[in-house]
Design a protein around this ligand. Sequence first.
Ligand code: AMP
Length: 422
Amino acid sequence: MPRFQRPTGTQDILPEEQPYWNRVRTFAIQLAERAGFERIDVPIFEATELFARGIGTATDVVEKEMYTFEDKGGDSLTLRPEFTAGVVRAYIEHGMHVRPQPVKLYSIGPIFRYDRPQAGRYRQFHQFNLEILGTQDPAADLEIMLLVWDLYEGLGFRGLSFQLNSTGCPRCRPGYVEVLKAYYQQHIAEICDDCRRRLQTNPLRVLDCKAEQCQPIIAAAPAIGDHLCEECADHFATLREYLDLLGKPYTLNHRLVRGLDYYTKTVFEVWAAGIGAQAAVCGGGRYDGLAEILGGPPTPGVGVAAGIERIILVMKAQGVEVPTPPGPLAFIAHLGPEARREGVRLADELRRAGLSVWLAFGERGLKSQMREANKRRARYAVILGEDELARGVAAVRDMGAGEQVEVPLEGLVTWLRERASL
Ligand code: AMP
């Protein structure tokens, strides 16, 4: 038989990792709901065409990274490589534009991209995603940015910074793209092959290139900030004014264009210290044209996606601690067939009373059962022996203090509840 292993780029989230996941999930949801976001769960797979249209066929995600398959009915489906297209599809499909605007939605779940696996980069990973649909107000961009900032700060991150840019809109971007292309033509011999291709298919992406030889060209490239139309420039100025007002540090980064086609105006990332090259813990921005691209009514939107694995990497790199879940309140040990039967009954009774209980399995000596109670970090061991049973009591050992008392079986629930302060 072959020895099966998890597929490349996927992870098993083992029980000992779960406290990190719980902490992040619970806190993220709490922040979102406090700010008026409502949860939406969209399918893990969608029509391939939705992502091709929504994200753009000339993007890395659509060109190289989608898990696309044909189902038995012959439909082409794709495992979601992001949330936004699915959420906007749902907004349109359910006519959410008739609800009070804007609609604020959050999602959390697995995302799939055929990426080159490395630390902080997986093929199945998880995102916490926020969208505000139905408003142009730069205060919505701000709200999205502040919410992820509060998430990272509240989790205890140090060394946070915003990277910020505006990618303009269909009115001003084409003009800038021409300027950028003209500049790149002068350097065509110096740039990498990928960038030569990008100039034809998705010119803004040359600014995102990681190749060594392209770096000096990018550094001296014309900045989109100098080519924004009045509306985009105003929007950007207002957002920056708000950030200044709140004292949030940001770096204007004219190289930040992000991988997806649908962005208009604001684009941003949050960078955190401690995870090296994968410094971006989230990415987001405004996408005012997306709903129309997907066949819906014109609906401005702004959103962000935060990678949960990256958050946990930073937590570990920066030594952020999470509480370990407590062991069981009671570990039930039993000696002899009658006590075992009583143990089974008692475990059920205590659990029904809302107490956390571990029942010893098998037939073993007291020493071995006490060792297990210790390993499972039980607060009390409830020891049932033939002698105790005859007298209707259990020996209860406080595993921390090592003290032992006898408690009548019928009073055990109350006794334990009092100690668990329930
Ligand atoms: P993007 O839409 O590519 O900007 O992704 C948004 C966020 O998702 C990033 O800032 C990362 O935190 C996370 N992310 C993106 N791709 C991956 C990946 N392959 N593995 C783990 N996290 C990822």
